[in-house]
Design a protein around this ligand. Structure first.
Ligand code: SAM
Length: 195
């Protein structure tokens, strides 16, 4: 990869459907993360599993640049990044049955009533998640926010076969927020789901 070739910028390309085989130069499994933050999950995953393709969607330009620099430094060629709103990327850029796993760690909880429509776990986003997952594909949603969890878990259950779980204290933290919240002793809630 040269420079930032691993960055897909819909402001330049338009919201075109991505051909993942072309984009990665292979037909390996694809793992998508929504809201990658500082990129811990993506970078650890891509380094440990070079035969898996990772796509990170991160809305914040600050975090996007941070991940981009970390990917460049590590020379990982199995990551692609998109700096945009995940709903639009899912809806307009990802093809049907193109993703094997979707991970959503500690999405912004938007606790105020009038802002809850912005939550990433909502019906219109789950419709797209269901469309892009391959048959038998899976997903994970993790949060420390009990009210968000209690609202989101039943919506996920409407779309997928799913299982609620409380991650064990022995499970290694997957992201920066998880590491921080574990240290603080916060409760963490998880839903795993299958297409
Ligand atoms: C609370 S942070 C969690 C970061 C990381 N997943 C972790 O667990 O450490 C939520 C992240 O999701 C990103 N985000 C929020 N809404 C988003 C959206 N609609 N599309 C893509 N990213 C989004 C934010 O910019 C932020 O980086």
């Amino acid at each position: 990869m040269n420079g930032s070739d691993f960055v897909i910028d819909p402001r330049v390309t338009g919201f075109v459907r991505l051909d993942l085989a072309k984009l990665f130069g292979n037909r390996n499994r694809a793992v998508l993360e929504i809201g990658s933050g500082k990129g811990r999950f993506l970078i650890a995953g891509a380094a440990e599993q070079p035969g898996v393709n990772f796509i990170g969607i991160e809305k914040s330009l600050h975090y996007h640049r941070l991940i981009r620099d970390r990917v460049t430094k590590r020379g990982l060629d199995n990551i692609r990044l998109v700096n945009h709103d995940a709903f639009l990327v899912l809806r307009d850029m990802l093809a049907n049955a193109s993703i094997d796993e979707i991970h959503v760690y500690f999405p912004d909880p938007w606790p105020r009533k009038r802002e809850q429509k912005r939550r990433i776990i909502r019906a219109e986003v789950l419709t797209e998640i269901r469309r892009v997952l391959v048959p038998g594909g899976s997903g994970i949603y993790v949060t420390d926010h009990r009210q968000y969890y209690e609202a989101a878990a039943p919506v996920i259950e409407q779309f997928f076969r799913s299982e609620r779980r409380i991650p064990s204290a022995d499970d290694p933290p997957r992201t920066n927020y998880e590491a921080k919240y574990r240290e603080e002793g916060r409760e963490i809630f998880e839903v795993r789901f299958w297409a």
